[in-house]
Ligand binder design. Structure first.
Ligand SMILES: Cc1ncc(COP(=O)(O)O)c(C=O)c1O
Length: 285
C-alpha cells in the first residue's frame, strides 16, 4: 500500500485516517491537485503548487507549509513509494470542526493529505482518439477553483461512462465550457481555439503548456468562447489534462470528428508535448 502524507508527515498509508467531522468530508470544503510523475520526477510541479495555493486562498484556507517545503515532501513521498510513472493526488481541507455550514470561529489546522498511484500513459487512446458525449454544464460559477466539490463533474463523467465514452463535453446553453475533467479545444483552418480561462473553467496546467507550445511553434491560438455549432463543424477536436495529455477526440455523440482519426494539428501538439515532458523529466521509454 506504500506511504502517504498526513499533515506534514510521511506515514504508512494504512494509518492515514481523517476525522469524520473533517470539513472536506462533510462539505467538500477544500481543494486538490493531481501532479503527473514521469521517470520519478514531477512534471510542472511549480505550476501545480501555485494553483494549489491560489485555489486554497480563494476559499480562505492558507496552506500551512511553504511551497518549496511541500515540494520537497512530495519528492520524498515519490522516493519512498518508488514511483516511476504515475500521479500524486494531494488535497487540503479547512480542517476538523463540529458540523456547521459557516466556518469555525476558532482557528483550526487545515488537513493536508497526499498519496501516489501508478498510472500508465494512455498510449493506445492517444493514438486512436476517444469518443465523447455532450452534456449541459450544471456546475457552479467558480469552476476556476480546483475544489473538492466535484458532483457536477462526476455526474457528467458518469453519463459519458454509461454511453461507453471517455469524456463528457459540457456546455452552458450554446457555449462549450470544458470536459468533466479536461479542457476542450477545436481546430479550425489551422487555428487552435479553446475557452478563455475565466470563472467558468479550470485553468488547466496542461492547457497552459499547450498554449505556450503553440506560441513557440507558430501555431495560431484563440482563447475565446466557442459554440456547439463551431464544435460540430471543427476540423479537429481534442482535450487535455494532466493524465490524458493531448488526447484526440474522434467522436461526439453519434458524430465522427476528423473522419474518426486524430488530426494533424493534434498529432503535432502530441509530439511537442512529449518533447516538453522529456525536457523536464528525461527521456521516456
Ligand atoms: C474540470 C477540469 N478541467 C480541466 C482539467 C485539466 O487540468 P490540468 O491540465 O491541470 O490537469 C481538469 C483536470 O482534472 C479538470 O478537472
Amino acid at each position: 500500500m506504500g506511504f502517504a502524507i498526513l499533515n506534514g508527515k510521511i506515514i504508512d498509508r494504512s494509518e492515514a485516517k481523517v476525522d469524520i467531522e473533517d470539513r472536506g468530508y462533510q462539505f467538500g470544503d477544500g481543494v486538490y491537485e493531481v501532479i503527473r510523475v514521469y521517470n520519478g520526477k514531477m512534471f510542472t510541479a511549480v505550476e501545480h503548487l501555485e494553483r494549489f495555493v491560489k485555489s486554497s486562498n480563494s476559499i480562505g484556507i492558507s496552506l500551512p507549509y511553504k511551497t518549496a517545503e511541500l515540494s520537497g515532501l512530495l519528492e520524498k513521498l515519490i522516493d519512498k513509494n518508488n514511483l516511476q510513472l504515475g500521479i500524486i493526488y494531494m488535497q487540503l481541507t479547512r480542517g476538523v470542526a463540529p458540523r456547521n455550514h459557516a466556518f469555525p470561529t476558532e482557528r483550526i489546522t487545515p488537513t493536508l493529505t497526499a498519496y501516489t498511484k501508478e498510472f500508465a500513459r494512455p498510449d493506445e487512446s492517444m493514438k486512436t482518439g476517444v469518443k465523447t458525449i455532450l452534456t449541459e454544464d450544471i456546475r457552479w460559477l467558480r469552476c476556476d477553483i480546483k475544489s473538492l466539490n466535484l458532483l457536477g463533474n462526476s455526474l457528467a463523467k458518469q453519463k459519458a461512462a454509461e454511453a461507453g465514452c471517455f469524456e463528457a463535453i459540457q456546455h452552458r446553453d450554446e457555449n462549450v465550457t470544458e470536459g468533466s475533467s479536461s479542457n476542450i479545444y477545436i481546430v479550425k483552418n489551422g487555428v487552435v481555439i479553446t475557452h478563455e480561462s475565466n470563472n467558468l473553467i479550470l485553468k488547466g496546467i496542461t492547457k497552459d503548456v499547450i498554449l505556450d507550445l503553440c506560441l513557440a511553434n507558430n501555431i495560431p491560438v484563440e482563447e475565446r468562447t466557442f459554440t456547439l455549432e463551431e464544435l460540430a463543424s471543427a476540423d479537429e477536436v481534442f482535450l487535455s489534462s494532466t493524465t490524458s495529455e493531448v488526447m484526440p477526440i474522434v467522436g461526439i455523440g453519434d458524430k465522427k470528428v476528423t473522419e474518426g482519426q486524430p488530426g494533424p494539428v493534434t498529432k503535432k501538439l502530441q509530439k511537442l508535448f512529449q518533447q516538453e515532458i522529456e525536457k523536464q523529466c528525461n527521456k521516456l521509454n
